[in-house]
Design a protein around this ligand. Structure first.
Ligand code: GRG
Length: 300
C-alpha cells in the first residue's frame, strides 16, 4: 500500500517542536532530589542533550492511536529517564568503560562511580513514579499497562538481558542470531516500549498494538545497525561519544558480520517493512513513518 502523506507536512518542524516539548518537560521533571549531588548528577546526564528519539516516538504513537499526546508526556519523560540511566550505567568501568557521552565527560568521570550508579538507580525509579503518580488525566488501568510494559522492557527480558549477553560476547565469535538477540533486547526493547506505551496511554486496541510492535521491532534493529555503521564511519565529535569503540572492545557488529553494504541494505529493508506495518493507518501514521526514515538517515 502506498503511503499518501500531506505534501505540506514539515517533518523537521514537527521534530524540532516535539523535541522542545520533551526538553522542557525533562527540565521540570526532577524535583527536590536530595542530597544536592544526586540531583546534580541526575540533571547532568538527563539534560545533556540527546536526540530524544524515544520520547518523540512515544508521543507520535499516542497521536496515531487517537490520543492527546500531552497526556503521554510524563511517560515520554519516564522513557528518557530509563534510557539515560542505561547510558550512565553502560559507561561505567565495569560495563563499556567510556569517558565521553552526549559530548561531555561521562557521569562517572564527573561524579565518580558510586554517585553515577545511584543517579542511574534514582532515574530508573523516578521513571516509574512519573508514570504511576505524575500522569494526570490518564485512566489508572492504562497507566498500569504502561508500568508493566516498561518494567518488562527495562528488565531481564529487555535491556538488562541484552546487556548481559553483549558483555559476555565481547572478544568472542558471535553469530547473526546472537547479535540479533543482543540488539533486539539491548536497544530494541526500549524502542518497542516507547511505541507501545504511547499507544497504551491512548487506549489502543490489540490490532494497532500488534502493528506498532512490528513497526518498533523493525526500527529497533535498524537503529542499532545504523549505530554500528556510525561507530565505524563517523567521529567522536559528531557522535558525542567515542567512535571506533566496537573494534577496541572487540565487539561483533553488523558491518563485521555482513559487510557495510549488506548492513545498510538490511537497515533499509527493516525500515521499509516497519513502515508497511503501520501503512493501513494512512495519514495518521505520517509522523512514525518519517521517524523511521530519520533513524536510517541520521548522522549521529
Ligand atoms: C539497570 C534496568 C537496568 C538496565 C541497564 C546498562 C544497561 C542495562 C543496558 C545498556 C543499554 C544500552 C546503553 C544500549 C545502547 C542503546 C543505544 C544505541 C544508545 C544510543 O541511543 P541514542 O543514539 O542516544 O538515541 P542519545 O544520546 O541521542 O539519546
Amino acid at each position: 500500500m502506498t503511503q499518501v502523506i500531506d505534501s505540506n507536512f514539515d517533518f523537521e518542524k514537527y521534530l524540532k517542536k516535539t523535541k522542545e516539548i520533551v526538553d522542557e518537560a525533562l527540565d521540570f521533571s526532577l524535583g527536590p532530589e536530595k542530597p544536592e549531588i544526586l540531583r546534580e548528577s541526575m540533571r547532568y546526564s538527563l539534560l545533556a542533550g540527546g536526540k530524544r528519539i524515544r520520547p518523540i516516538l512515544c508521543l507520535a504513537s499516542c497521536a496515531l492511536a487517537g490520543g492527546d499526546p500531552s497526556l503521554a508526556v510524563p511517560t515520554a519523560v519516564a522513557i528518557e529517564m530509563i534510557h539515560t540511566m542505561s547510558l550512565i550505567h553502560d559507561d561505567l568501568p565495569a560495563m563499556d568503560n567510556d569517558d565521553l557521552r552526549r559530548g561531555r565527560p561521562t557521569n562517572n568521570k564527573v561524579y565518580g562511580d558510586a554517585v553515577a550508579i545511584l543517579a542511574g538507580d534514582a532515574l530508573l525509579t523516578r521513571a516509574f513514579e512519573m508514570v504511576s503518580l505524575r500522569s494526570p488525566g490518564v485512566e489508572p488501568d492504562r497507566l498500569l499497562k504502561v508500568v508493566g510494559e516498561l518494567s518488562l522492557m527495562a528488565g531481564a527480558p529487555g535491556l538488562v538481558g541484552g546487556q548481559i549477553v553483549d558483555l559476555e560476547c565481547e572478544g568472542k565469535e558471535v553469530d547473526l542470531e546472537t547479535l540479533e538477540y543482543i540488539h533486539l533486547n539491548k536497544t530494541g526493547a526500549l524502542l518497542k516500549a516507547c511505541v507501545r506505551s504511547g499507544a497504551m496511554i491512548a487506549g489502543a486496541n490489540e490490532e494497532l498494538l500488534k502493528a506498532l510492535t512490528s513497526y518498533a521491532e523493525g526500527i529497533g534493529l535498524a537503529f542499532q545497525i545504523i549505530d554500528d555503521i556510525l561507530d565505524l564511519t563517523s567521529n567522536s565529535e559528531i557522535l558525542g561519544k567515542t567512535a571506533g569503540k566496537d573494534i577496541l572492545a572487540d565487539k561483533t557488529t553488523y558491518p563485521k558480520l555482513l559487510g557495510m553494504e549488506e548492513s545498510k541494505k538490511k537497515a533499509l529493508n527493516l525500515v521499509k517493512n516497519a513502515k508497511k506495518a503501520i501503512s493501513p493507518w494512512g495519514e495518521d501514521a505520517k509522523n512514525l513513518i518519517a521517524l523511521a526514515d530519520f533513524i536510517t538517515n541520521r548522522d549521529r
